[in-house]
Design a protein around this ligand. Structure first.
Ligand code: PLP
Length: 376
């Protein structure tokens, strides 16, 4: 260990020294270098194709408003919630961080998560010295009985619907049960990053009924703006005021607010909705195709823009695609997901290419195939 490492490790919070950061899709495969230019990105649940936006940003020498009116009004129109129940953040990821920051005391409180689930809940808690209680999903549904036993222990619950990486919606009845059980004891966060793919199942309509409900949203998925880093936390005014105390002073940069406001105007929302319809059709077709493949053991139901599937030759399939610069996501390290891969629903052309490649490589008996590389 060098003198520098020794010093920094000694000064840093102890639990960060060995902490593994979130392995985001772009940390695993960066998009910046030349070799990545031709990649087909099906590993981060982004939307294919970007919209056409113009940025004036004429007042870039000035700080932006704390919560720019055009942006909050845009989301208010889109969501039919009053501006006082909306907080714009640097992606839904910042919403996760803020809820933990506002409600959990370091080294005392816990969040509750239901794995397999989105990794940032746990990472954000760890980074803030907050404990993590795990109550695993059972058949991709909540184990409400076990969750209820954590009353008094968990301060914030993170429930993901549609779930990442599982893809299914959590039944509204289960979410209501949990909200009811914890109504005087804990904040219940319903992460709706993918809700545009199944909009009628949102929980935002009951924000006024449950004082402990927080809904997370993002422009990264259906709105095709992952590069923008813009999300929204929806909750009653008291929660929004509390979160506003721990957010950065100027959380949304002026160009981000400008582009996001354009995406939320009537034309932007209509464009998003028509792309969602295309994606949902492609997802259902791809799911039917997967079901028919000899190597596919199980296809998970999806109400989002990705599909999780279990297969017999997980590494071979992952690597066969990677060799052709097609990147999907290996989920096999998550509990309950041995041999599972997740593929984002890209464009029709991208998915046709995936199907053709896999049909060529894998639809002949094992003995006749060229040896595949192992996953490193
Ligand atoms: C379930 C879920 N929540 C939140 C996020 C973070 O979204 P954002 O890009 O808005 O930070 C993601 C991103 O993949 C996600 O899958």
């Amino acid at each position: 260990m060098t003198k520098q490492t020794d010093l920094i490790n000694r000064l840093a919070r102890n639990e960060l020294v060995d902490m593994v950061p979130y392995q985001s899709a772009r940390r695993l495969f960066a998009s910046g270098d030349d070799s990545a230019a031709n990649n087909i990105w099906l590993n981060a649940n982004e939307a294919p194709g970007a919209g056409d936006y113009s940025v004036e940003a004429s007042c870039i020498n000035r700080y932006p408003d704390f919560q720019p009116d055009s942006l909050i009004n845009g989301y208010s129109n889109y969501s039919a919630l009053p501006p006082s129940q909306i907080l714009a953040t640097r992606g839904a990821d910042e919403g996760i961080e803020l809820v933990i920051k506002a409600f959990c005391r370091a080294y005392q409180d816990n969040i509750l998560i239901c794995p397999p689930t989105y990794g940032m809940y746990g990472i954000s808690a760890q980074a803030q010295g907050v404990g993590i209680i795990e109550v695993p999903l059972v058949n991709n549904l909540l184990n409400v009985e076990e969750i209820a036993k954590q009353k008094g222990q968990a301060k914030v619950l993170f429930l993901c619907s549609p779930g990442n990486p599982t893809g299914n919606l959590l039944p509204k009845a289960q979410l209501l049960q949990v909200l009811e059980i914890f109504k005087n004891d804990a904040i219940v966060v319903v992460d709706e990053a993918y809700i545009e793919f199944s909009p009628t199942d949102s929980m935002q309509g009951i924000i006024d009924e449950y004082d402990n409900l927080v809904v997370l949203r993002t422009l990264s998925k259906a709105f095709a703006l992952a590069g923008l880093r813009c999300g929204f936390t929806l909750a009653n005014e008291t929660i929004i005021t509390m979160l506003s105390k721990v957010i950065a002073p100027y959380p949304i940069s002026a160009p981000v607010a400008e582009i996001a406001s354009q995406a939320l105007n009537d034309a932007g929302v209509a464009r998003m909705q028509s792309q969602v319809a295309i994606t949902n059709t492609l997802r259902n077709e791809f799911s039917d195709w997967l079901e028919k493949q000899a190597w596919c053991v199980r296809v998970f139901d999806s109400s989002a823009n990705f599909i999780l599937f279990e297969c017999t030759e997980k590494d071979e399939i992952f690597n066969a695609l990677k060799e052709q610069n097609i990147l999907i996501r290996d989920q096999s390290k998550q509990q309950q997901l041995a041999n599972c891969l997740r593929i984002s629903i890209g464009s029709e052309k991208e998915l046709t290419l995936v199907k053709t490649l896999l049909e060529q490589a894998f639809n002949q008996p094992l003995t006749q195939r060229a040896p595949a590389q192992t996953n490193v």
